[in-house]
Every structure is written in C-alpha cells, then in structure tokens.
Design a protein around this ligand. Structure first.
Ligand code: NAG
Length: 541
C-alpha cells in the first residue's frame, strides 16, 4: 500500500528521470524570484559564472532580474528565495567528458529553499541546475525536502544537425545547444559539409566554400566555430565536427582548379561527387582541409570522417582509377576505399599529428576496415548489431528507425522517403544489445538530415522526439517500470517548458488529451507493470 502511495504522490515530473530521488510532503513558494543566490566557498571561474548566468536567465525567465547580485561569497538566507550552495571538485573548463560519473551530481533542497549541489565539475553542475529548474514550476517547489543522486547511464547523448543541405545560421546552432541542455543532452554532432555545399571557410582552399555557399554570408568562419565550441562547453555540450569523404564531396569540385579530384557521379542531376583516391592532388587538398579542421576544432574530442555511401559505379566511371588499381595491386573497390582510409588516417595521425579519435559511419556488411580505436556510428537497427558483435569498438547508436528525424516528409525531390517516426516509436526504442556483443555502446544520437529542413522546421523535427531519446539514454531502466500516464505527464511538462523558452517544438498531442493524460494514455507499457497491477488488484480484493 505504501509503495502505491509513493507512486501516486511522486508528482515531480522530471525528464529525464533521476536515478535516485526521495522526497517529502512540503511545498515552498518561491516568492522572491529575483533574489536567487549562488554561493560557494570557492571562487567561481569564468565559465561557471557564465553557466550560472544561463540558468539564472532560465529560472527568472519572466522577470527582469539582475544577475550580478546573485553571485555571493557569503551564504545569505533570504526567505522565499532559491539559495544555491555549490561545491565542485574540479573547476577546470571541460569540452567533453569521457565517463558518466563526470556528469553525476547530488542535490538537496530543503523546506526553506536551500539548494545544495555537489558535482565533480561544471558538467555535473549543469545537469543539477537543470533539475532544479524543472522542479521549480509555477514559482513553487513541491515534495520538499528533496534529495536526488543522479548520473546518466550513457556518456554520449546527442543529436546530429546538417548545415550542408540547407544552411543553418550560428544563432540557430546556439539555440539548438540551449535546447539540448534543458534535455540533459550533451552532444551536438555537426555534419558540416556534403555534396550540396561546404559552408566552412577554409584557409587555403576558400574557393570551395565561396563557390558552393548558398548566399553571401551563408558560411562559418573560424571565429564562428570557436564561438560555438565555447558556447557549448559552458553549457556542458560537446561538439563533434564531421567532414564526410570520400563520397558526399561534389561541393569540393565546383572550382575549375579542383574539378579533377572529384568524380561527378553520372546521375541526371550531377549532384553527387566522390574523391578520386588515386591522385596526389586529392591528398594535397585533403591534408590542407584536415589541418584546418584540426586547427579550428582544436578543443574537441572527436573528428567524424563520415566514410559512408561511396558508390562503386561512380569509381567505375573513371578508367584511370581501374588502371591505378591494376598497377598497385588493389583488387576491388572496397580495397580502394580501404586504401583511401589508410592514407587519410596517416595524414591525420602522422602528418597533422592530431590526437582526436575518429568516428566513421557504419558501412553495410562491415566491408571497410576500422581500427580498434575508431568509433563506429551505427545507423542500422539495434537488432542487426549481431553483424558486428565480434567487434570490440565503441559504438554510437543511431538506428534509422526511429532515430532518423528527417523521414516521412518526402526527399529533396518531393518523392516519398520512408515513414515518419512518431514520438511513440522513439519511446519504444531502447539501446538493446545482442548477447555476446564485444563492443561498447557509448550512447546514441538522433539524426536530422537537412534536405527538407531549415530553421523553420528545425525545432519541430528535433523535439520532442529527441527529448524522449534523452530520457532513454539517461535512465533506460526506470522507464521500463514507469506508468505510461506518468511518462505522458513528464513529456507534457517538457513540451510546456520548451514552449516557455520559445522553442517551437511539435505538440505531442492535442490540448484535450494534454488535460486528461490518464484518459488518453492509460495503458502501462511493459508487461512487468501489467503483472504488478494485477498483483495489486488481487491483493486489494
Ligand atoms: C572567399 O571568401 C572569403 C570571405 O568572403 C574571402 O576572404 C576569400 O578571399 C575568398 N576566396 C577566394 C578564393 O575568392
């Protein structure tokens, strides 16, 4: 009986669900919103002040409150105000984390709105601040005192955006980062370039950008990139740049002096291009571009090399490639791609001397080499992970069903392109791993390819579906035990929160159902719960 009561009384609809939460019965009003105070016995470094400023803006959203007054070096007790006492082990600014423990936090809120946060670093602090912001609904916090001890299950929880098919301005990318943070997502995978454009200004080969950009200022400078990385780091999000080769490079060959390194694959629209892996000039250009990427993205952990969808028919169009293969004992086009990968990696590791680890898209039937330290981004279904179960690589899961957010609205030519993946499809998805799987799952990403996306559709396509992915990757186990109406309540609150902060997300249902979640979303999701309720009913009778 007590257990059921706890289930019903647990009204705090935090998304994602904290790993461990215990709460009481008191409610405290936040009557003095502007008086929010941040206190620590240590002095806050600049990046933490900026993080606090960000959450100050979110917490005091409807008010016009002064931030300067909030940072305190004494622990002032003001009634009706949120008073944070923050303690952080490592004050250093981080651009990524490598273990879930680095985002862990402990949070205590008492009946007098004293908020105690303990975290290992500013990433954990960001997650804790977000939880507090979620708890403070309608200027009050219920179920006090609250004690939360939290840590994500997966270290890699992200989305991918694509700035090559339709350009996305810096401002929108920053807003996207803001949206990630209030979902406790921590990765922005940035598919920067593709066939259609190369909107990143290069140092030596700036003509690639200039000849492929869609409008005058439709490109990113080194300064933009650094601004985005900094903005993300303060909010505890890592940026992963992707420059896809050897396919998806039509944009490289638009300039007359670079035409020879790109094979224009013979389709009617002449839109697809592949690097000619047999030419010296190809590696000259590639080296310069990779050097630029390593310079501009100096502070990131990974580089994504793409490596997907190279077409054999495209290579076949150029007879000199076949000759080169014969002369060099390369027997097929997969070996040719392996040859390219080897050279690309040699440039990256030995010439540029970059320490950044490499991510590749999975390629069908696993026909291309991946070294032990490469990370594989899996776009197949989790149920097909069997194909690579002997590999001990690290994996990022991006199952095309349901984690491709661009499907169901037609492709670039208005033709039918797959089925739309609804929010319940994402809800049902779990990072399920086959028996005897030798690799490690770092986490997952939902992917928003950009053919039919721009700033008008961006947030609608990303959210709330990515909020659900965030929920799953943070705490997959408890979701299995949660009542469906309770999940719907958390989703509904997330929708309200995102609307409050002006993210134009898609509504997950109509307003009638939003008011009657138990009516519209009655069923329990897992059989385990159904059994539990049958047991409870039998017990009560
Ligand atoms: C391309 O555009 C950039 C910025 O507008 C300019 O600095 C650069 O010189 C241009 N490159 C070429 C080859 O015209």
């Amino acid at each position: 009986m007590i257990f059921i009561q706890l289930l019903l009384l647990a009204v705090n609809a935090i998304m994602p669900i904290p790993i461990s939460i215990s709460q009481g019965y008191q409610t405290a009003r936040i009557s003095r919103i502007c008086e929010v105070k941040f206190f620590s016995t240590q002095e806050f470094p600049d990046h933490i002040v900026k993080l606090l400023l960000h959450y100050h803006e979110l917490i005091t959203y409807d008010e016009d409150c002064d931030f300067e007054e909030s940072i305190q070096n004494t622990n002032i007790k003001i009634e009706g105000a949120l008073k944070f006492e923050i303690s952080i082990k490592n004050q250093e600014q981080l651009y990524w984390v490598t273990s879930t423990n680095e985002e862990a936090y402990e949070l205590q809120i008492d009946e007098n709105l004293n908020v105690k946060i303990q975290a290992n670093n500013h990433w954990g602090l960001a997650r804790a601040l977000d939880t507090v912001n979620q708890l403070a609904i309608n200027n009050e916090i219920q179920n006090l005192p609250i004690y939360i001890s939290d840590e994500p299950q997966y270290v890699h929880r992200g989305i991918m955006i694509d700035t090559a098919r339709n350009f996305l301005p810096v401002k929108l990318i920053k807003r996207t980062i803001d949206a990630l943070v209030i979902n406790k997502l921590n990765v922005l995978h940035w598919h920067i370039t593709d066939d259609e454009s190369f909107p990143l200004l290069l140092s030596k080969y700036s003509q690639i950008t200039n000849n492929s950009k869609f409008w005058k200022d439709g490109f990113f400078t080194k300064q933009d990139v650094q601004e985005i990385i900094e903005y993300a780091s303060i909010r505890a999000v890592q940026i992963i740049p992707e420059v896809d080769t050897p396919a998806h490079v039509h944009s490289w060959g638009i300039s007359p002096d670079l035409q020879s390194i790109v094979i224009t694959c013979d389709t009617n629209i002449k839109q697809y291009g592949q690097l000619d892996p047999t030419l010296d000039q190809t590696y000259e250009v590639l080296t310069s571009i990779l050097q630029d990427i390593d310079d501009m993205f100096h502070k990131v952990q990974f580089i994504h090399f793409g490596g997907d969808e190279a077409s054999i028919q495209c290579f076949e169009q150029k007879p000199s490639i076949k000759e080169f293969m014969t002369q060099n004992g390369i027997s097929n086009y997969f070996d040719l791609q392996a040859y390219y990968r080897k050279k690309q990696k040699d440039i990256w590791k030995n010439q540029i001397k970059s320490q950044k680890k490499i991510i590749y898209w999975y390629n069908k039937k696993d026909q291309l080499p991946a070294d032990q330290d490469d990370i594989i981004q899996w776009w197949g279904l989790s149920s097909q992970l069997n194909e690579v179960k002997g590999r001990s690589n690290q994996f990022i899961l991006s199952d095309y069903h349901p984690l491709y957010l661009d499907t169901g609205v037609g492709n670039a030519f208005g033709d039918r392109y797959d089925k739309y993946q609804g929010w319940k499809d994402v809800y049902k998805w779990n990072p399920s791993i086959p028996h005897n799987f030798q690799g490690t799952i770092l986490g997952g990403e939902s992917l928003l390819w950009g053919e039919t996306n721009n700033q008008n559709t961006h947030f609608q396509k990303l959210f709330l579906r990515s909020s659900i992915l965030a929920d799953t990757l943070w705490n997959p186990d408890q979701k299995q035990d949660e009542l469906f109406p309770k999940f719907a309540k958390r989703l509904s609150d997330m929708e309200d929160r995102m609307n409050k902060y002006d993210f134009p997300v898609s509504p997950f249902t109509h307003s009638y159902c939003k008011r009657q979640l138990d009516l519209c979303f009655p069923e329990s999701y897992s059989t385990k719960l159904k059994l539990f309720f049958m047991f409870v009913i039998v017990y009560l009778i």
